[in-house]
Design a protein around this ligand. Structure first.
Ligand code: KG4
Ligand code: ZN
Length: 418
């Protein structure tokens, strides 16, 4: 498919945290080329993402990654209908790299620049035609489960989202990372903890299930992590470590299934036609969690859509797709858009929130440089209890000496990826 000018694809760029990613999709949403470079090795010695290193690595790899996907897709700049880049929320250094690079390409080719909210990109992934054949109609429920964000969101349309609840302390991926660290596993800890849990007894330790059966759909994970820390301090055999990993995963799974059930009831009250639960974020790759959420969805009469792992964690396919969705609505952005380390989804809403759910696709609030919404301090996604001060390129204050590794499982500052 090409538009009237013969343009037939959108380039997407993702640099908000520790993945340098680029992708090219045609205007139907078919993936023509995609690439992701994970910076694990660059940050692992520090036990977490170091923002300055992340920005430099993005700078080093992004140009070649973009050239690579363009070549693989077999298209030139003249074929692009737009360039989409994540402009927030995230680590400011990486956001600047991706945003400025995308703007440069858009300027040079004289095509639209599309400023993409990372959380919205996760939210709209479900609508990629190759995943659902275009059956993910608005509104649907998104459970975002990543290292930086845990939120229940009603996705009502492009630029139209309602936050139903979220974590009051640690993000769920952060809890996995912290517990993995306590158990002596590497970083990022989620996948390693899941592997260890396979040889453990999930009922060995009766760990707390914070917020279970409470009204609403907020989460809390820091108490669970503290309970694990006390058990680890008492000393563990190898089998006990596996048992504790399995018990922790079991507790998280129970909490998520309960919270998701509440969220499904909440969305049904407001939107009786809603019947789709979408999960996204790195933790959505966890098999036990997927299966518990699938059962919970079935009990509520919902379908569960769990995109493949590579599209759950940070990637540029979702950015290009969000760009296509916005382009279809005529929502392009000016060169004055500034990257936003904090950018809650509610800031995308604007006046269109007053509209009925089903006409979302026809109108949405642009999030361009003239967006009057505040740019910081308004992010509803908490960054953890034990180190809440964000650190970004515009915040040069040094961190305390006993906490040299930013943005890790033991550091709550993962404002980056969702
Ligand atoms: O969405 P994501 O790829 O990136 C950011 O949050 O930036 O999520 C990464 C998080 C990490 O905390 C990682 O430990 C967790 O997702 N994770 C998992 C699994 N795979 C990744 N947690 C539990 N089980 C997994 N299989
Ligand atoms: Zn993300």
């Amino acid at each position: 498919m090409a538009d009237r000018s013969g343009k037939r694809a959108v380039l997407g760029i993702e640099t908000s945290c520790d993945e340098t990613a680029a992708a090219v999709l045609d205007l139907h949403g078919t993936i023509l080329a995609e690439t992701v470079i994970s910076q694990f090795a660059d940050h692992a010695p520090f036990g977490g993402v170091v923002p300055e290193i992340a920005a430099r690595v993005h700078l080093r790899y992004l140009p070649s990654q973009v050239a690579h996907v363009m070549a693989q897709a077999g298209i030139g700049m003249q074929d692009l209908a737009g360039v989409a880049a994540t402009t927030g929320p995230g680590l400011i250094g990486g956001l600047i790299v991706g945003c400025q690079f995308a703007k440069g390409l858009a300027l040079a080719a004289d095509i639209p620049f599309l400023s993409i909210n990372h959380l919205e990109a996760h939210a709209l992934t479900a609508r990629l035609p190759s995943l659902t054949g275009g059956t993910a109609d608005f509104p649907y429920l998104l459970l975002l489960l990543s290292g930086g964000h845990s939120q229940c969101i009603t996705v009502r349309g492009v630029g139209r989202h309602e936050r139903l609840g979220g974590t009051v302390d640690d993000a769920v991926g952060e809890a996995f990372d912290k517990v993995a660290k306590l158990l002596g596993l590497g970083w990022p800890g989620g996948p390693a903890l899941e592997r260890l849990a396979q040889s453990g007894d999930p009922n060995a330790y009766p760990l707390p299930r914070p917020m279970l059966r409470r009204p609403g759909c907020d989460f809390s994970f820091s108490g669970l992590k503290t309970a694990v820390a006390h058990l680890v301090a008492a000393g563990l055999t190898d089998q006990a470590r596996a048992d504790l990993a399995a018990s922790f995963q079991h507790a998280v799974t129970d909490v998520l299934a309960d919270r998701a059930t509440h969220a499904m009831r909440m969305i049904r009250e407001r939107h009786p036609q809603a019947d789709l639960l979408v999960i996204a974020g790195g933790v959505a790759a966890n098999t036990a969690i997927r299966s518990a959420l699938s059962q919970a969805a079935e009990r509520q009469g919902f379908r569960l859509l769990a995109p493949p792992g590579r599209l759950c964690s940070d990637n540029a396919v979702m950015v290009a797709w969000a760009g296509i969705e916005r382009l279809r609505l005529g929502l392009t952005d000016g060169m004055d858009v500034a990257p936003r380390p904090r950018w809650p989804l509610s800031d995308l809403a604007g006046p269109s929130l007053a509209m009925p759910a089903r006409d979302a696709a026809t109108r949405a609030a642009p999030h361009s440089g003239d967006d009057p919404a505040p740019h910081s301090g308004d992010d509803p996604a908490p960054h953890g209890g034990d180190n809440p001060a964000p650190r970004s390129g515009d915040d040069p204050a040094p961190r305390s000496g006993d906490d040299p590794a930013p943005h890790s499982g033991d550091d709550a500052q993962r404002v980056g990826a969702g």
